[in-house]
Write a protein that binds this ligand. Structure first.
Ligand code: ADP
Ligand code: MG
Length: 475
């Protein structure tokens, strides 16, 4: 709510399905091939070329529909969406219109400590268009992308803030990646997000006129673009103007949206069922079969991590952002028998390293087993937590197991009480001022003594023994 204004937001997410061949032909979908390398008469829209449906694309769409809690239609229909554009050689895009494959679902996610549910109106299949690039006085068209299968996931206008919109989009991406049906790569355009935004007075009964912001390529920009758009619309209306139904684009350097085309120029698509394609018949058996192969989904996995490993909700949600990260954590947790330690190491030390060096968890220089071994060395008190960080740093450099590193570098924890007592005595003797203050009641100084003792032991003193010795000696 901004003053007495309420934003209304709905998202249309286009997900490129990662099938090997295109939606209606056996052309490859491989990214980064030479210009117009992945084409055939079907992709080129040559007269007489006939489309044939890719079963895998339908299967992946059903999978996604089920994961988004949708109903799957027994009979869905491909329709022609007619418009002219140079990168659309047929003069129409094959899409679905009044009979989409998936409808009436929902997605849930956490935001501000609450569960937010956003309805999914529909998820329909369509083919992608090609790509034009403009070079001064001429343009080039690459049709490698023409005909690549897309699933368009349309939300209900139930999103209420820019942050919710971004979180909704992140959740959809996370589900697509868990299902392994779309790589979710926003930069390469495998996932594209159109944001519909309007504002209404909080007691109004009808929605305001919406504006569509197209092709935003990061979730941060989703948030920024919508935020800007809400403020712009309120300002226009409050200064006596009117919102025009239009398509806008987001300029991420200026943090502003600007008009691309107004409604007057909007298309009349003249949808009709594609006469070259039969309706898609999906049997209940097939749907049940696909349902039985669905992997564990992120929210279920996060709940299981909380229950089985006693993780806080925060840890569980961070660790289930990516399936590979969750699998890494789970292996480390099982093998170390210390889930919370595994969670901390993965979320803090490991993630920081991987982020810094831009390495995927799959290629982590430290395997989950070795991380588990490191945690066990701490739990068995062979090394302290502090030394473990040193060992961790060596493990990043060297493909060796932590036990060997501890031996080689002589990092075993000092648990010999008499050796530690000698150090503690020396520290007390050489800091008479602090001892006096401590005894006079400045108990905060205890940390200072612990620090000194750890330093004297080169970080290898057992902290519990040091604590115990200091307590008894300082009184
Ligand atoms: P269109 O026919 O213009 O494509 P749709 O009704 O299909 O519009 O809706 C497209 C998207 O816009 C959906 O995600 C929907 O939730 C959202 N939407 C619809 N009406 C509004 C509105 N008044 N304000 C914001 N979003 C809206
Ligand atoms: Mg639409």
């Amino acid at each position: 709510m901004i003053g007495d204004w309420k934003p209304v937001i709905g998202l249309e997410i286009h997900a490129q399905l990662n099938t090997e061949s295109k939606m209606f032909s056996n052309d490859s979908t491989a990214f980064g091939q030479g210009d117009n390398a992945n084409i055939s008469p079907v992709s080129l829209g040559l007269p007489g070329a006939l489309p044939v449906v890719n079963k895998k694309a339908i299967e992946n769409s059903i999978k996604t529909g089920l994961a988004l809690n949708c109903k799957i239609r027994g009979t869905s229909v491909f329709a022609r969406k007619n418009y002219f554009y140079p990168d659309l050689p047929k003069g129409y895009q094959i899409s679905q219109f009044d009979k989409p494959l998936c409808e009436e679902g929902y997605v849930e996610f956490h935001i501000n400590d609450q569960v937010k549910r956003v309805g999914i109106t529909r998820a329909h299949m369509e083919e992608d268009a090609g790509k034009s690039t403009h070079h001064g006085d001429y343009s080039l068209i690459n049709l490698n992308r023409a005909g690549v299968p897309l699933l368009e996931i349309v939300s209900e206008p139930e999103i209420e803030t820019p942050a919710e919109a971004a979180e909704y989009a992140r959740t959809v991406r996370q589900i697509l990646r868990f299902l392994d049906v779309c790589d979710g790569n926003l930069e390469e355009g495998s996932l594209r997000c159109d944001c519909n935004v309007s504002v209404m007075k909080k007691d109004a009964t009808e929605f305001g006129t919406k504006v569509e912001i197209k092709n935003i390529n990061s979730f941060r920009f989703v948030e920024k673009a919508i935020d800007y758009e809400i403020k712009r619309q309120i300002e226009v209306i409050e200064s006596g103007g009117e919102i025009m139904q239009e398509t806008r684009l987001f300029d991420s350097t200026k943090n502003k949206t600007y008009s691309m085309r107004k409604k007057e120029q909007a298309h009349d698509y003249r949808y009709f069922p594609d006469p070259d394609l039969l309706p898609v018949q999906v049997s209940d058996e097939w749907v049940s079969e696909i349902k039985s192969t669905l992997p564990e989904l992120p929210r279920d996995m996060a709940k299981r991590f909380q229950q089985d490993y006693g993780l806080p909700e925060y840890d569980a949600s961070v660790l289930t952002q990516e399936k590979s990260l969750a699998q890494y954590f789970e292996q480390a947790a099982k093998e170390s028998s210390n889930a919370k330690a595994a969670s901390n190491w993965v979320m803090v030390e490991l993630q920081r390293e991987l982020n810094d060096k831009k390495i995927d968890i799959e290629n982590s220089p430290i395997s989950a087993s070795r991380l588990a071994q490191l945690i066990q060395l701490i739990d068995k008190k062979v090394i302290s937590g502090k030394i473990a960080k040193k060992v961790f740093a060596f493990m990043l450099e060297d493909d060796k197991n932590p036990e060997d590193i501890v031996k080689e570098k002589n990092l075993v924890q000092i648990t010999d009480e008499s050796a530690l007592e000698k150090m503690v005595d020396e520290i007390i003797a050489s800091n008479p001022g602090q001892v006096e203050q401590y005894k006079a009641g400045k108990t905060k100084l205890f940390g200072f003594f612990v620090g000194q003792a750890m330093k004297a032991s080169k970080g290898q003193g057992n902290p519990e023994i040091i604590n115990k010795l200091l307590k008894s000696k300082l009184g």
